[in-house]
Design a protein around this ligand. Structure first.
Ligand code: E4P
Length: 219
């Protein structure tokens, strides 16, 4: 399973790139707003900077909700850099826009996916990625990871090439479950990435090895 970073924060992306574990980045309007970005031109600059730091897919989301607006915005977003992917929501209008854009060769990350049926529709419309939102499903008392497992199973059975990109990840166990379900990608907030790296026994072990080595050097 590949790991993407779910952020629009340049420092977090820089650190994750140094660690060498991420192969893409996902952003959305809320993550952009968190960085003080509220204008398309500023969002563009930020995404272009990210696209230079990470060579894999960088997702940027359309704001429009009507067909014409989504198509125009997605074309514009896709022109920002060769590795930028446009995010389109899982709505009837969104599927129509995805169908148009995928026919033009524009890569789409179908976002705000909460059901297997939405994933099937998006895949048939031509989405390159589908993003089931596990955390938001869990928040509503649904089993988000079961939705992921079902999508993976059905895509495999019908040889659907759309990649399953698990989004709305809240904690490290979500990553383990996504990998076990056979998801292609998990996009993780920076905090979850650090939680994935940490284990108290590793810290204890490192300290003990250093201490034993120091004591042996004294004799
Ligand atoms: C990424 O593509 C999604 O937009 C993001 O994971 C949503 O996360 P949230 O549910 O924590 O806002």
């Amino acid at each position: 399973m590949e790991l993407f970073l779910d952020t629009a924060n340049l420092d977090e992306i820089r650190q994750a790139v140094r660690i060498g574990v991420i192969s893409g980045v996902t952003t959305n309007p809320s993550l952009a707003a968190k960085e003080g970005i509220g204008q398309l031109r500023v969002y563009q600059q930020q995404v272009q900077e990210i696209a230079q730091m990470v060579s894999g897919p960088i997702s940027a989301e359309v704001i429009s909700t009507d067909y014409e607006g989504m198509v125009l915005e997605a074309r514009e977003i896709a022109s920002w850099a060769p590795n930028v992917v446009a995010k389109i929501p899982s709505t009837m209008t969104g599927f129509e826009a995805i169908a148009t854009l995928s026919r033009e060769g524009i890569k789409i990350n179908q976002t705000l996916c909460f059901s297997v049926n939405q994933a099937i529709l998006g895949a048939r419309a031509g989405s390159a990625f589908v993003s089931p939102f596990v955390g938001r499903l869990d928040d509503e008392g649904h089993d988000g990871m079961q939705v992921v497992a079902d999508i993976v199973e059905i895509f495999k059975r019908y040889n659907i090439t759309t990649k399953v990109l698990v989004a709305s990840i809240r904690h490290p166990l979500h990553c383990v479950a996504a990998a076990k379900a056979g998801a292609h990608i998990a996009t993780v907030p920076f905090k979850v990435l650090t939680q994935m790296a940490h284990h108290p026994l590793t810290d204890v072990g490192v300290a003990r090895f250093a201490e034993d080595w120091k004591n042996a050097a004294r004799v």
